[in-house]
Design a protein around this ligand. Structure first.
Ligand SMILES: *Cc1c(COP(=O)(O)O)cnc(C)c1O
Length: 366
């Protein structure tokens, strides 16, 4: 038995006819950049997230970078980020010339530890980027309150938490600007690279619109520096087919997560994920902690069960930040990077397959 880590094939087969037609409509129209598919995508994203403005952009990384550009974050500025996330969270800060300031994570949620936030602020702080790691939003009330107190913006990195909610409000709409990714393996993925930025602020929305297109205020008149940050029309057509089915998939992810939680509840060698009462997770990943990870991964592999490590190193330990952080050690980020292991997780995971994974994991840890 070889189990896929995520199953994009089944998802496509379930909507093949509709998907092929939507893609062919774009091909027939020959409108590959912007146009009706993109507008439709943005309108439905606004509705889904519950924000005034959404722009479809080229990737989650571009979304973060464009958000920081719109907020005029640049050289000399500091941006607070969790020490543990996908590298793009910190990379976007560095790409605009600002300095990422790394804060340790909460060992239960893996998100930025809001108790440690206050001491990370300086006069140079311009923004904070909370990340909804593995699908669960950060403690956004605490973060927004602190940000307001210090007069800084909140850029929500919802690349993994898109589809989740916090106190009944959808992720992506929980900060000053929300950013997400439609990379194929994210909860809502397209068939290539893509992403989106969200905001309720009319002025920021206009600036983001300009930044997405080389800072164009109108055609060939560039009022600021921007990038080529557009999402392709074909990718937007893919999202247009997938988005109406997305809530159903997020619900199915709850079912899968619950079955893991129940099936693994009595395995003392594992620390299982915990979702706060305030949140519904998008379950981008189902991530456990295990102390002898390499052996467990190897044993699971022998049984045809793939696992992944998100992530084997904290962001500040990346070689590129060697001089910047000068030996910084955030103990919970360190521990997490050594212990976390993600199990196959997608809405189409069959019960029998999942039970096989559960018993294989039970054997592997003992
Ligand atoms: C995937 C991811 C990104 C980057 O998204 P891309 O679309 O791959 O550029 C940023 N932040 C987090 C937390 C991610 O998981």
């Amino acid at each position: 038995m070889q189990i896929p880590f995520i199953d994009l094939k089944t998802q496509y087969e379930n909507m093949k006819e509709e998907m092929d037609q939507a893609i062919h409509e774009v091909l027939d129209s020959s409108q590959f950049i912007l146009g009706p598919a993109v507008t439709q995508c943005e309108t439905s994203l606004e509705e889904y997230v519950g924000v005034k403005h959404a722009w479809a952009v080229a990737s989650g990384t571009d979304a973060l970078m464009m958000a920081l550009m719109a907020l005029e974050v640049g050289p000399g500025d500091e941006v607070i980020v969790p020490g543990f996330s996908f590298f793009a969270t910190a990379e976007a800060v560095s790409l605009v010339g600002a300095t990422p300031v790394f804060v340790d994570i909460d060992p239960v949620t893996y998100n930025i530890n809001t108790d440690l936030l206050e001491s990370a602020f300086t006069e140079k702080t311009k923004a904070i980027i909370p990340v909804g790691l593995y699908g669960q939003p950060s403690d956004m009330d605490a973060i927004n309150t602190l940000a307001q107190k210090h007069g800084v913006a909140v850029v929500e990195d919802a690349a993994q938490s898109f589809g989740s909610s916090y106190k009944g409000k959808k992720s992506g709409g929980l900060g000053t600007i929300g950013c997400t990714s439609f990379f194929p393996a994210k909860p809502l993925g397209c068939y290539g690279d893509g992403g989106a930025v969200f905001t309720d602020d009319d002025q920021l929305a206009e600036v983001l619109r300009q930044i997405r297109m080389h800072g164009e205020v109108e055609r060939y008149s560039h009022g600021r520096l921007g990038i080529n940050g557009r999402m392709d029309s074909i990718q937007c057509a893919v999202i247009n087919v997938k988005l109406p089915k997305f809530n159903q998939e997020v619900e199915q992810r709850q079912v899968v997560a619950k079955r893991y939680l129940q099936g693994l509840a009595d395995v003392s060698e594992l620390v299982l994920p915990v979702v706060s009462d305030d949140c519904v997770s998008a379950w981008a990943q189902f991530t456990v902690r295990v102390s002898n990870r390499p052996q467990v991964q190897e044993r699971l592999k022998e049984k045809g069960v793939p696992t992944a490590v998100h992530y084997p190193s904290p962001m500040y330990k990346q070689p590129v930040y060697k001089d910047l952080v000068q030996g910084l050690e955030l103990p919970e980020c360190e521990k997490a990077s050594q212990q976390v292991m993600s199990l196959p997780m997608h809405p189409f995971l069959q019960e029998e397959t999942q039970d096989y994974i559960i018993s294989a994991l039970k054997e592997a840890v003992r």
